[in-house]
Structure formats: structure tokens, C-alpha cells
Design a protein around this ligand. Structure first.
Ligand SMILES: [Zn+2]
Length: 740
């Protein structure tokens, strides 16, 4: 009883001392359950879809005509909407993305703009909306299956259709919309979809997307996702099957989401043969439409029309590209039991770069992404060359990277082009298959995709210095202006540093999880689990956070909290290192130093400076165990054996600070007198008791000459100057500068 009392008294004194030296506890290792939504039967606590998970389905039959004379689109669609929810629906919401360019659009109204003493005409034109562009959907009719007009209401980029009868759970509803719109010229009005005009031959190339009224997502999480499209936040779309007929000038070549169903009707006999040859060409692309043929078509400019028919199953969207300028190549890729075609469409202005690199990059992307997530399930994966574009849709994406007029290109152009193709093709997985809500949570597609992009680039392009997603590359941002930083868990319309955060910081977070925090084996297993659980479904952030922990036994709540919910930065420092050696038995035969305690070791009583190893080790005494220490135990330990363990060892007491706020693992590199090095990895949990300062003792056989933390720049430490001991001359000089 007495002894217990004594102990609790000791605890109290320790706590008092603690409270004085410990800054406010911030709960950095507390669990996230106060922040995450409560698991339910739709979404499980494990991060998997729950037993009653459901999602809606929207099937489309669309006929569209592209008018090359006035650069417009005229379409008519029949949508069959399947209500798989347990809810009765009285109205439907559709997205009218083209209305972002309509007269009086919300994007323009709510955009903050400034004026300087000098502005170039191109910037002024787009910033102050000076182009006379008649954009936006012209909705001609909304009708039910019997041809009766349906009441509908347009609210900027959203359209509500009121149903004549409530749509019950398990029912489907079919209706039709006719519309048209003018296509924007990419050089004036920059969008994810555009036409480009080539003055030298008088032709256009089109990348057509967000071109038809598309169903909104209705889900268990927020009902209708009908947040307005302002420009930065992309799309939330349900899965469905598409049958699309695209009518274009007869000499156009069309690339689109889905499988071409009438190749014989739209291609020459030769082209059909080449396409068939491509289906078994695994080592290199086969040119289906040659540059020579493309140049010929540029001149003929046929007035007749042809209709290309495509079919796509289980996709969240449909896009296409068309031009008489297109060259087309394709090759087969082996993915599990499937052999999808990697294809590219590009005008001659893209060559010679595009014929060399595009399809290869498509192949590299779907191979590596398939290994990291799920096997690429679609029949084609297409990269289309469009000026200043980097945009993704199911099975098809639009990419920049154009050589100079003489066909030459710099390594930077090649790097940019490969990077954007791998990235946009990668979007097939995030968000086209693992279908997150891009409008609400951008990092779930952009950040996750940036990470797998980097894995692909490092593996397939070792000669190119790709670094977006590597911790060291993020440091300049992390060091930057904190007032413009926003946490990753924020809606994309409020983000200022979009690329640095939703892409780079989120991607770097996953890179660090894989390389530093979890290790490749655990990370890869958990990441693949997430992909498998949520392929062809709609995951939310909590589903990702929970799955990564559920499948790995790594508690990452501290990481999600710090990296995703705050703008804290990592700045670890070595504050102090003390070097000790145990006193030899013979030097202290009478054990005079029995009461020696930590930090009070100087024989001469003077305070010693520990800013290098030059003064040699401090002695410390290992005393025999006081019998009272055994309490109720009758047995004892062998004091001598413990002494032998420490005999002649170099013992280092290292004090570290967390100055940035973000808790991270501590990676210590020890350099020994004989020149050898050792890396020690300490999990972030070392900060769980004291979030800002920690002291730890290390026992080493060899003498240490130098200690560095984060030697490989793995944790985005924003100040490496305080990461070494002894301090280098330059860091001392920096300290001096700071003080003066
Ligand atoms: Zn992207």
C-alpha cells in the first residue's frame, strides 16, 4: 500500500513537470471516428461497401452530329434511368456542363478579377469574357417515352426534370432530350473540350466532351449530387451502358469511348485489315490511318457524311475526338486474360513525337495501373493529341505535347507529353472505374492518380527525371505561403494551390505511405484491396482511409489527420546528442557514484557542451539493483549480465523536436568512425506521448561521427539545416545569420 502510494506520488510529480515543458496536447494520435461518417449498412466500418450498398444506373442511346461548317453539335438522347435506391424519386437532376459557357453563367459572375497597367489581349479576352461566343446548351425538348413534354427547370449547369409519377425503388424511367450547342475554340475559350483550327490547311480537330445532358449521381451519402459546375470541381457520374452514333464528315477519323461497331462502313478495306493486324501486334503499334492518307484528306474536305457507331458497357461517361487530320495507330496489350487495344489519334503536327511515344505511354500506363489496382477492363485505351489539353474520359483522353514546326522537340516537351498521357490514361482507374465524386473530393482521383502515375514513370521511364509526387519535390510548396494553403479535405472550388495540393501533396502522401510509413508490401496489398472493393462503385474518403488501415494493420489516423485535414508541415530537428560510455568496474570499485543520474555526469562538475563528439564520451555508472526495487518478487536479475551488455558500448541520447507540427516517422542515419553507415527507421508513434519533443537512447557498438535525420528527404522536412549533428559549418552560419 505504501509503495503504491509512493509510485502514484511519483507519477503526480512527473505529470507536473510534464505539463510545464509540454506544449498544448493536440491529439495528433487520436482516432478519426469523431470526424468520419458513422458506418452503416451501405458503407462498412472496414471501408468496404456495406451489405446494402446500392448505386443508380443510367443507360444512354445517343445520336449526335458534328457540324464542321459552324463547329457545333446537335444531339438527341434517350436515357433509361434505373432507380436502385431504397428511395422514391419525384424528380431527376441532370448536368448541363456546357452552360458554364452560357450567357450569364455563374463561373463568370463569381470570378474575382483584377486589372494591371498592361494586359495581353488573349488573357484579357478570356478573363473579362470579351469573346462573342454563344455557348451553352440549347435544349430543344425533354420528352417522356410516349413523346409527351416533361416539365423541366434549368438552374445554371443543372436541370431538374419533374416526373409525372414518382419513381419507386427498383423501377426504371425512360425519357429523351434533344439539344445543340456551339463548340468553343480552344485558343480563345479554354475548356476540357474544344476545337482547334489549323490555318495552314484550313481544317479543324475536335475533342468533344461534356457534350450531352448527363445524369447526376444520386447516392446514399448526399442524395442528388447537384453542386453547380464552376470549373475546377470535375464530375460525379453514375455508371451505365452507351450506344452512340456519331455523324461526321465522311473523311473524318473518329476515336471514342467504347468499341467501334461498324468498322467496315466507315473505314477503307485496307484500314480494316490494319486494325485487325493491330489486335495481335503486341510489340509495336500498327498504323491504321497513315500520315500520308491524313494529308490527302486535309485537302479533299468531303461534304458527305458518315456515321460511326460505338458501344460501351459500364462506363461513367462518353467522349470522342474527330478530325480529317487524324493519324491513327494501335497495338494490343496483354492484361490478364484480356488484350485491350492501346491507340493514339493525332494530327501530323504531333509527329514525329506522337507516333514514337503516345501508344507506348498508353501501354505502360494500363500495364502498371492494372498491376497496382485491377486489370484494365475495357476494350480500348486511347490517347488523342490536342493543343494544351490534359483531360480524361472513359477509354479516351486528350493530351498536349507538340513538337516545333520543324518536328524537333526538347526533352522537356517529351517529358511533359509522356507525363500527361500516363496521367490521363491513369484516370481510367481513378475516377472512371473507382468512381469517386470529383466535384466534392478531388484528391481521390487527382492525388491517387498522381501517385500511380509516378510509380509508372519511375518504373517505365528511368531515364526521365519525373518528380511530381516525390517528397523532396513538395518541399518548396510546404515551405511557402501558409495563407494560401488549404487542407486536402476541402471542396475543390475553394482550393487556391490546386496542382500543389490536390495533385502533388495528395500523391506525395501516398508515395510516403508506400515508401516510408507502411512499406511497399503492406501498402500495395491495402491499395489493391481498396481498388478491388470500389471498382465500378462510388467510394468516399472514409472508405479509402478505413480500407488502407483495415487491410494493413497500420493505424494511419494520425497521418490522415495531419496530411489530409491540416496544413501542418514537417520540420524535424536534432536538438541535442549526448554520448556516454559506462564506467568500468575497476574505475569505480566502491560505487561512489551510486546516485549519479541522467544529465549529471560531469566528474568535474562543470557544464559540458554537447555540440560535437570531440570531447569524448561522458561516463555513466551502472549500479547494482537496490533490493527494494524487487518489491514482492523473490527472484532477482543478474546485474553483471546487464553490465556486460553495455560494456564498452557507445550510448547516445538523442533529443529531437517536431517544429512543423506534422508528426512523421523519424529516419536516422548513423555514420561511424570506420566510415560505415546505418539507417534506423522509427515509426511516427514515437511522437504519440509528446507531440513536439522526444528523447531516446541508442546503444551502438561503434563510435558515431555523424547523425543525420531524414537523409533521403522522405518526409517533406522543410528545413534540413537542423537535421544533422554535429551541425555543419554552413548550418551554424545560417543560425548566426538568423540571429543577427
Ligand atoms: Zn488529372
Amino acid at each position: 500500500m505504501k509503495r503504491i502510494l509512493k509510485i502514484s506520488l511519483l507519477v503526480v510529480t512527473m505529470q507536473a513537470a510534464w505539463a510545464q515543458e509540454t506544449p498544448k496536447w493536440q491529439g495528433k494520435f487520436e482516432q478519426l471516428d469523431q470526424i468520419l461518417p458513422t458506418p452503416n449498412e451501405y458503407r462498412s466500418g472496414s471501408g468496404a461497401p456495406g451489405p446494402k450498398y446500392w448505386q443508380q444506373k443510367a443507360d444512354y442511346v445517343i445520336n449526335v452530329e458534328l457540324n464542321d461548317e459552324n463547329q457545333s453539335v446537335t444531339g438527341s438522347e434517350t436515357i433509361t434511368y434505373h432507380n436502385n435506391s431504397p428511395d422514391v424519386l419525384r424528380y431527376l437532376w441532370l448536368q448541363l456542363d456546357q452552360n458554364k459557357l452560357a450567357e450569364g453563367n455563374m463561373t463568370q459572375k463569381t470570378r474575382a478579377t483584377t486589372l494591371r497597367d498592361s494586359v495581353d489581349a488573349k488573357t484579357a479576352g478570356s478573363t473579362y469574357n470579351l469573346y462573342d461566343f454563344d455557348g451553352g446548351f440549347k435544349i430543344k425538348s425533354v420528352k417522356d417515352a410516349g413523346g409527351k413534354e416533361l416539365p423541366h427547370l434549368v438552374n445554371y449547369t443543372m436541370m431538374r426534370i419533374d416526373l409525372p409519377q414518382p419513381l419507386n425503388p427498383g423501377q426504371k424511367y425512360t425519357f429523351s432530350i434533344d439539344w445543340s450547342y456551339n463548340i468553343n475554340d480552344g485558343v480563345r475559350v479554354r475548356e476540357r473540350t474544344q476545337f482547334e483550327y489549323f490555318p495552314e490547311d484550313g481544317n479543324y480537330s475536335y475533342v468533344i466532351a461534356q457534350w450531352f445532358p448527363r445524369m447526376c449521381v444520386y447516392d446514399d451519402y448526399e442524395g442528388w449530387q447537384n453542386k453547380q459546375f464552376l470549373g475546377q470541381g470535375e464530375f460525379a457520374l453514375p455508371f451505365g451502358d452507351y450506344k452512340v452514333k456519331i455523324t461526321v464528315p465522311a473523311d473524318h477519323i473518329v476515336g471514342a469511348t467504347g468499341q467501334l461497331k461498324n468498322a467496315e462502313a466507315v473505314l477503307s478495306k485496307e484500314q480494316v485489315d490494319r486494325l485487325n493486324k493491330a489486335k495481335t501486334s503486341f510489340d509495336k503499334p500498327v498504323i491504321i490511318a497513315t500520315q500520308q492518307e491524313a494529308v490527302q484528306r486535309e485537302k479533299t474536305k468531303l461534304k458527305e457524311k458518315k456515321t460511326w457507331e460505338f458501344q460501351a458497357e459500364n462506363v461513367r461517361d462518353f467522349a470522342f475526338a474527330t478530325s480529317r487530320k487524324f493519324i491513327w495507330d494501335a497495338q494490343a496489350v496483354k492484361i490478364g486474360s484480356k488484350t485491350p487495344l492501346a491507340m493514339s489519334f493525332y494530327p501530323k503536327e504531333g509527329n514525329p513525337l506522337w507516333e514514337k511515344e503516345s501508344t507506348k505511354a498508353v501501354k505502360n500506363a494500363i500495364e502498371v495501373y492494372s498491376r497496382m489496382t485491377i486489370d484494365y477492363p475495357y476494350p480500348v485505351a486511347i490517347s488523342v493529341h490536342a493543343a494544351h489539353q490534359g483531360m480524361e474520359y472513359p477509354m479516351i483522353c486528350f493530351n498536349y505535347g507538340r513538337p516545333a514546326k520543324d518536328g524537333t522537340y526538347t526533352p522537356a516537351v517529351r517529358k511533359g507529353m509522356i507525363g500527361v498521357i500516363v496521367h490521363e490514361v491513369g484516370h481510367n482507374f481513378f475516377p472512371m472505374i473507382i468512381n469517386n465524386d470529383e466535384r466534392q473530393t478531388t484528391w481521390m482521383d487527382e492525388g491517387v492518380n498522381t501517385f500511380v502515375q509516378l510509380v509508372t514513370e519511375i518504373e517505365r521511364y528511368p531515364d526521365v527525371d519525373f518528380d511530381r509526387g516525390k517528397p523532396a519535390a513538395l518541399v518548396p510548396y510546404m515551405k511557402g505561403d501558409r495563407t494560401t494553403m488549404r487542407p486536402l479535405m476541402i471542396n475543390s472550388e475553394q482550393v487556391i494551390q490546386f496542382g500543389n495540393e490536390q495533385y502533388a501533396k495528395a500523391g506525395t502522401g501516398l508515395f510516403m505511405l508506400r515508401e516510408t510509413i507502411m512499406g511497399r508490401e503492406l501498402f500495395d496489398k491495402a491499395f489493391k484491396e481498396y481498388a478491388n472493393r470500389w471498382a465500378f462503385k462510388h467510394p468516399k474518403p472514409a472508405d479509402f482511409f478505413r480500407t488502407m488501415e483495415d487491410a494493413s494493420a497500420v493505424d494511419l489516423d494520425w497521418f490522415w489527420k495531419g496530411w489530409f485535414y491540416t496544413t501542418d508541415v514537417c520540420d524535424q530537428s536534432i536538438d541535442q546528442v549526448k554520448w556516454f560510455k559506462m564506467r568500468k568496474e575497476e574505475t569505480d570499485p566502491e560505487k561512489k557514484n551510486l546516485k549519479v543520474k541522467q544529465g549529471d555526469l560531469n566528474a568535474d562538475g562543470s557544464e559540458k557542451k554537447f555540440d560535437n563528439f570531440n570531447n569524448g564520451p561522458e561516463p555513466f555508472s551502472l549500479t547494482n539493483t537496490d533490493p527494494r526495487m524487487y518489491g514482492e518478487f523473490r527472484s532477482t536479475i543478474d546485474d553483471k549480465a546487464i553490465m556486460q551488455k553495455l560494456d564498452n558500448k557507445n550510448i547516445y541520447e538523442v533529443t529531437l523536436s517536431n517544429k512543423g507540427g506534422l508528426v512523421m516517422p523519424v529516419i536516422i542515419q548513423w555514420t561511424y568512425k570506420d566510415g560505415s553507415k546505418e539507417i534506423e527507421r522509427i515509426p511516427a508513434e514515437i511522437w504519440r506521448i509528446n507531440e513536439t519533443k522526444v528523447t531516446k537512447v541508442f546503444v551502438k557498438d561503434k563510435e558515431v561521427t555523424n547523425i543525420v535525420i531524414d537523409p533521403y528527404q522522405e518526409v517533406t522536412d522543410i528545413n534540413a539545416q537542423d537535421n544533422t549533428f554535429p551541425k555543419t559549418a554552413s548550418s551554424k552560419f545560417d543560425d548566426f545569420k538568423k540571429k543577427n
